[in-house]
Design a protein around this ligand. Structure first.
Ligand code: PLP
Ligand code: COI
Length: 341
């Protein structure tokens, strides 16, 4: 079935296997060139480093058909670089940037029927990941590694798309100071599942995590960075050594400064400042830009003046400009759009 014949309108953020995925192996001190395969299943040693000591990391990016009819991916070299840095932190032989980019390109090209058409609002979410596949039993790096890239068609990460969500301040910490919060290690997400389930069971969409050392600064959620807007229209985004450097956030800083000519501050943000902000949103590949309507903490509930029905005006402007760039509706800064041919 071609991509035009499928129903893309009711997709959420879930896994659906598609035809082809990419696999490369690290053995005898080097990465092989990798290839496309059909099988979504993996057979590995019961003592593989990933199974015993969680030696794994991942990335996330989206492929789309643009207004120009191109198959496009947004700044994949930044994901490649971030995976390289994450691998180094986890003692995984880094996946070469060129191998990462080749794998992403091949997966997109091999699955055109699974890339949602322009205007559908959906995307092909690409998930590169690498894991210790060789056996270990003492705590040590694995001797062999597997790098894979699969795709899955997705709609919005939060149901309702641009409808504001509700957050809860977590009593748990996502990342320790001098830990792994700044890299995309699987273990950071393992840590967040208990807190995430608790938030859902209490009726919240996600957690707001505070800094683990002082619990006074805003860090991020389990899967996205924060943006706030001040009363005088300035954008503020938290800076911390233990948050993931979001490619969406880094791009929005440029969009805000150079395209929308808004003032933007990247700095530590105190939780007590929240009441002074007029807009709050999350940003990330999966979340795109998700407006936040309220944040619950044990002391008080903070309601942003933009309410629970629609995004604030600056959040909407950022969303329209970024998604416009990503879909080749608005000219992109040099090098932001990779056309897959
Ligand atoms: N923060 C965390 C913890 C994430 O998992 C993600 C998603 O990758 C982000 C932020 C957003 O990063 P990006 O914009 O690069 O997708
Ligand atoms: C992404 O935005 O790509 C992420 O990796 C977030 C993830 C927790 C779904």
């Amino acid at each position: 079935m071609s991509n035009k014949e499928k129903d893309w309108s009711n997709l959420g953020f879930s896994y659906q296997p598609i035809a082809k995925r990419f696999v490369a192996t690290f053995k005898d001190g080097q990465w092989d060139e990798g290839k496309l395969v059909d099988d979504p299943n993996i057979t590995i040693s019961e003592s593989a480093g990933v199974l015993q000591y969680a030696q794994t990391c991942f990335e996330g990016l989206k492929a789309k058909y643009s207004k120009e009819g191109n198959l496009v991916v947004f700044r994949p070299e930044l994901n490649a670089k971030r995976m390289y840095d994450t691998c180094e932190k986890l003692c995984i032989p880094p996946v070469p940037v060129e191998l990462f980019l080749k794998a992403v390109g091949e997966v997109v090209k091999a699955n055109p029927e699974s890339v949602p058409p322009y205007g559908s609002g959906a995307s092909l979410y690409i998930r590169p990941f690498v894991f210790g596949s060789g056996p270990v039993i003492g705590v040590a790096p694995s001797s062999e590694y597997t790098f894979r890239v699969f795709g899955t068609p997705v709609g919005p990460y939060f149901k309702g798309g641009l409808k504001p969500i509700k957050l809860m301040v977590s009593e748990f910490d996502r990342a320790a100071p001098r830990g792994t919060g700044h890299v995309k290690a699987g273990l950071n997400y393992a840590m967040s599942i208990y807190a995430g389930q608790l938030a859902h069971s209490r009726g919240f969409n996600e957690n707001m995590f505070l800094d683990a050392q002082t619990r006074t600064f805003v860090e991020e959620t389990g899967g996205a960075n924060f943006l706030f807007v001040t009363k005088d229209g300035k954008i503020v985004t938290p800076k911390s050594p233990s948050i993931l450097p979001s490619i969406t956030r880094i791009s929005l800083v440029t969009v805000a400064k150079d395209i929308l000519h808004l003032e933007i501050e990247e700095r530590p943000v105190l939780f007590t400042e929240l009441e002074d902000f007029v807009e709050c949103a999350l940003c990330g590949t999966a979340a795109v830009i998700s407006p936040v309507g309220m944040v619950h903490s044990d002391e008080k509930d903070i309601f942003f003046p933009t309410g629970m029905e629609q995004p604030g005006p600056i959040t909407q402007k950022l969303y329209d400009t970024l998604t416009g760039i990503q879909m080749e509706e608005i000219p992109a800064p040099e090098g932001w759009i990779r056309i897959i041919k």
